[in-house]
Design a binder for this molecule. Structure first.
Ligand code: SAH
Length: 267
């Protein structure tokens, strides 16, 4: 990193940093995330961390995959926390790297809790959550003055893979002008049916953003009634976000990424 006109805290031996890597584009990393990537002895990373980000690690750094994908856990959550604690107790500088933000649907709270209980010193480094950064890369603002004064983030499945029971669909349908669903691809038909049954107009704008802020980003735009069929027909792959509400049509004007691609083709 170039010399900075201020000093950043250092990842010390025996410490763990729980760091958000953002949705994909390495340019969205924070300075603290970059600093941790350069100084960690061990990096424990998730499936959602873009390979371009791991490539920033020091060549001598040990990188361990602790991914979970599509409900198929490869390492149990308590084992990940145990591993972090063990490595810290061995005096390593430990970087726990997660996609997006570690405290947004990322089990960061569980890992931080385990570290706190074990009295391991830790730091939380927020990342750009996909529900914000992914929308921005699709040219969909999270809020705009003309359209919505609130935004709601919802997980499309609970620990068992089902649509969460605890959700009050009618409250959500009535009070949330813009809803961003994480982990919603598998249950998308059920989610959109529920919203329509709870009073949302079937022709309300909806979008699916797949692999946002990566080299394979795809965006589909439709309505609440057809977005699930559209995503299935187009074989949209996870990770994907689903956005519902009046911010979606703003993409017609704000798809800056598509605009840049066209400009670069012309040059
Ligand atoms: N902590 C992460 C969320 C982890 S849950 C964050 O703050 O973004 C995993 C879900 O996040 C995925 O199922 C998907 O809904 C969403 N997600 C994460 N990265 C994404 C990306 N690059 N593009 C689209 N969705 C993404």
């Amino acid at each position: 990193m170039d010399r900075l006109p201020f000093s950043l805290p250092e990842l010390l031996p025996g410490h763990v940093w729980l760091v958000g890597a953002g949705p994909g584009d390495p340019g969205l990393l924070s300075l603290l995330a970059l600093q941790a990537l350069r100084h960690a002895d061990v990096i424990i990373y998730d499936a959602l961390v873009d390979p371009r980000i791991l490539a920033l690690a020091h060549p001598a750094t040990l990188c361990e995959f602790a991914g979970k994908r599509g409900g198929k856990p490869s390492i149990r959550q308590p084992d990940i926390s145990e591993r972090l604690i063990l490595l810290a107790r061995q005096g390593r500088r430990v970087l726990r790297l997660k996609g997006g933000d570690p405290f947004v649907f990322g089990r960061g709270a569980e890992e931080a809790m385990a570290l706190a209980l074990a009295q391991i010193p830790f730091r939380i480094v927020p990342g750009v959550t996909s529900g914000i950064g992914g929308l921005a890369y699709a040219g969909i603002p999270a809020t705009s003055r003309e359209t919505n004064s609130a935004i709601t983030f919802v997980t499309g499945h609970d620990a068992s893979g089902e649509v969460p029971d605890s959700l009050d669909w009618s409250a959500l349908a009535k009070t949330a002008p813009v809803i961003v669903f994480y982990m919603a691809l598998r249950n998308l038909q059920r989610i959109t049916d529920q919203l329509i049954q709870s009073g949302r107009p079937a022709d309300e704008p909806a979008a699916v953003i797949s692999r946002a802020a990566t080299e394979r980003q795809r965006v589909l735009v439709g309505t609440l009634s057809d977005i699930a069929a559209l995503a299935a027909r187009e074989a949209i792959e996870p990770p994907a976000l689903v956005v519902i509400g009046p911010v979606v049509p703003l993409r017609q004007h704000l798809d800056w990424l598509g605009g840049l691609a066209k400009t670069l083709q012309k040059d």
